[in-house]
Design a protein around this ligand. Structure first.
Ligand code: DC
Length: 227
C-alpha cells in the first residue's frame, strides 16, 4: 500500500511517517529532503532562487539517495556526500519554499518521486504527495497542528542541536512558509478530499501513529476480503 502523508511544516510528518513505515514494514520517503537538497546545491553554486531554468537543471541532475541509519532518520546523500545536517540548516529552511514553488523543480522532483513510489509499497510525506504525486494512494493522511504547538516542537528540536531561536520568530517563519506552500500556483499544500484528517495539537506521537496504522490495516483487510 502507498500511504501519502501531507501537512504544514512542524505538523509531525517526518517522525510519524517514519514510525508508520517501521510498524508496517514499508519504505519511507521524505520528499521535502529532495527540495531541500536542490536549495542547498543552488545556494552553493550561486544560482539565483528566482532562476527557474537553472534550478530545474539542478533538480533534473540531482543524484540523491537515502541510507538507513539505525540511530535515527535515514541519512540523505547527494552523490557520496552526506548532506543530512546541511539540508536542515536555517538558511535552507528559509529558502526552500521559494525554490519548491518553481515549476521546473516540481516537475523534475515529482517525476522522481513517482518513479520511487512505483518500486513498491511505501510511506511518502510532504505537501502534495496525496494530491499530486500519488493521487491513487491507498491511504492519504493530512496532519495539522496549531502554529503555537508547531513552533514549540521546532524550538525543542533546535535546542537539541544547540540552537536558540525565540518562539515568536519560529511562529513567524512557520506562518511565512505556510503561506508560500499553500499559496503557490503549482501543487499547493491542500488536504486531499478523502484524506484522514488528524489535528495533532494535543495528540502524542504514539496516538497519531496508532490511528494511521489502524486505518491502514483496516483498508488492507478490506482489500483482501474483496479479492
Ligand atoms: O517537509 P519539509 O519541511 O522538509 O519540506 C521543505 C519544503 O519543501 C517545504 O517548505 C515545501 C517543500 N515541499 C514541497 O513543496 N512539496 C513536497 N512534497 C515536500 C516539500
Amino acid at each position: 500500500m502507498i500511504i501519502a502523508i501531507d501537512g504544514p511544516a512542524g505538523s509531525g510528518k517526518s517522525t510519524i511517517a517514519q514510525q508508520v513505515a517501521g510498524r508496517l514494514g514499508l519504505t519511507y520517503l521524505d520528499t521535502g529532503a529532495m527540495y531541500r537538497a536542490v536549495t542547498l546545491l543552488a545556494y552553493e553554486q550561486g544560482v539565483s532562487f528566482e532562476d527557474d531554468d537553472a534550478l530545474g537543471s539542478i533538480a533534473l541532475d540531482l543524484k540523491l539517495h537515502f541510507e538507513e541509519d539505525p540511530a535515527g532518520p535515514p541519512r540523505v546523500f547527494v552523490e557520496d556526500r552526506d548532506v543530512s545536517e546541511e539540508i536542515r540548516s536555517q538558511l535552507v529552511t528559509q529558502k526552500v519554499s521559494l525554490v519548491s514553488a518553481h515549476p521546473k523543480v516540481r516537475h523534475a522532483l515529482t517525476l522522481r518521486q513517482r518513479e520511487l513510489a512505483a518500486e513498491g509499497d511505501m510511506v511518502l510525506e510532504g505537501r502534495d504527495t496525496g494530491t499530486v504525486v500519488c493521487p491513487t494512494a491507498g491511504l492519504k493522511v493530512y496532519l495539522s497542528a496549531s502554529v503555537e504547538e508547531r513552533a514549540r516542537r521546532r524550538k525543542n528540536q533546535l535546542e537539541e542541536q544547540g540552537v536558540c531561536i525565540s518562539l515568536k520568530t519560529l511562529e513567524r517563519d512557520l506562518l511565512l512558509r505556510d503561506s508560500y506552500d499553500s499559496g503557490r500556483a503549482l501543487a499547493p499544500l491542500r488536504k486531499a478530499k478523502e484524506a484522514l484528517d488528524l489535528d495533532t495539537t494535543t495528540m502524542s506521537i504514539e496516538e497519531v501513529v496508532a490511528a494511521i496504522v489502524s486505518e491502514a490495516e483496516r483498508r488492507g483487510q478490506e482489500d483482501r476480503e474483496r479479492c
